[in-house]
Design a protein around this ligand. Sequence first.
Ligand SMILES: Cc1cc2nc3c(=O)[nH]c(=O)nc-3n(C[C@H](O)[C@H](O)[C@H](O)COP(=O)(O)OP(=O)(O)OC[C@H]3O[C@@H](n4cnc5c(N)ncnc54)[C@H](O)[C@@H]3O)c2cc1C
Length: 441
Amino acid sequence: MGGSMAGLLAARVLSDAYDEVVVVERDTLPSAPTPRRGVPQGHHVHVLLEAGRATLCDLFPGYGEALIDAGGLIINVGEDLEQYEAGGFLASPATRMEMYCASRPLLEGVARERLAARDPVELRGGCQFTEYVVDDGRVEGVRVRGDDATETIPADLVVDATGRTSRTPQWLSEHGYDTPPTVEVEIDFTYSTIRIDRPAGNRRMLFVPQSAPRTSGGAAFPIEDGEWIVTLGGMHDADPPSTVAGFETYADRLPADGIRELVAERRVVSDGVDRYPFPSNRRRRYEALDDFPAGLVVIGDAIASFNPIYGQGMSVAALEAVQLHHLLASGDTDAIGPRFFAAASNVVDIAWSMAVGADSEFDATSGPTPTGAGLFNRYLNRLVRRAHTDEQLAEAYYRVVGMEEPPTALLRPSTVWRALRPAPGVGGFSAGRSALPNDRA
Ligand SMILES: Cc1cc2nc3c(=O)[nH]c(=O)nc-3n(C[C@H](O)[C@H](O)[C@H](O)COP(=O)(O)OP(=O)(O)OC[C@H]3O[C@@H](n4cnc5c(N)ncnc54)[C@H](O)[C@@H]3O)c2cc1C
């Protein structure tokens, strides 16, 4: 259920294990890469982290080539990315690190095309999932509504990939099950986005994420059709612009000039500004349920959705799909729901600790803070400052934020030493926050 990134990835792994896989998507599926109603975030910057890139390329051989053929770009982080954090730009990583850049509709469209080419798969657009068909504690199919008819699709396994507004919790409650405990961390985030023209051959990518106490941030990412997509974001009290005219003023508040200069110099090619409010990080702890119907799995944003500034959602969905693949490959699909939720929670834990850990640095963020976040943030702040001039630290940091390595990779003794050793000309070292004032715009 749901034909966005999590649904496509889940369908891909199901197609190895089942004779027939049906993707039920409420939207009519576009033939060209255009934003669609069910994925309104598709208007905004979408970074594909390394974990997502590698998994998409594994699951859909030729994904990268198809993306480039369709106009997407490969950038080299060291040459093309200008990332400003903790008062300076990160150094170029020690080795070449590639990143695919494209609009969200193109990233999804290429995955959809490659999925559609697989024999067991049928994509049904314009088809709305309405309810589960259950018998004796087992989900045995779904009811769906097309243009003018309702139909039952029987199924050995149903995957709910309907996103953050998934109705599975409500359905569980209506059918006598406990609902998953929900953790909500409020950040009151808003994205404002325009697209501007980009000269041929220019692959510059600029990223100035929020950094406590500065609640405003921005990004300019190169995408297909000779454009940059420019998103200005704001947490809590920050209010990103709702008019094109307001973009330059808001970008001027950022501590680095690049985004403001691009906005001032280039031609706006989008129709006005797209805005997207994102109130909270939200996690539904399905792994905590003792009783869950057989024949059902929930994946992607329907389990957890994170502050989008960290760019984790598609990669988390991809890593969860890999977990589903491992369970299906074992051939034992009994109680697959609880076993999948346990495996997926390990993936979510990492993304959650990074996103919520960073968001907890802002005083106005409300909700539970991951254990140890304060100490880790102070260490990370120190490491990022050192990464302004230390290319090995910059690389180690990029590999963690790209979800290629877990945050604990930053605690390897050699990395800790590079981050905490006394700077030349400075006596002693301290990981204390007072010694590490954050950049203020
Ligand atoms: C502003 C913003 C920016 C983001 N930026 C990034 C980023 O930079 N990098 C990144 O990796 N992630 C990013 N994300 C997150 C990313 O978009 C999602 O994590 C990703 O799309 C996976 O979500 P999903 O497939 O689980 O759900 P969704 O993308 O929400 O898709 C749900 C799908 O289910 C369909 N659906 C819903 N109900 C029904 C129904 N009843 N019947 C049939 N179909 C139904 C919808 O039409 C939709 O296609 C961002 C999110 C937001 C909000």
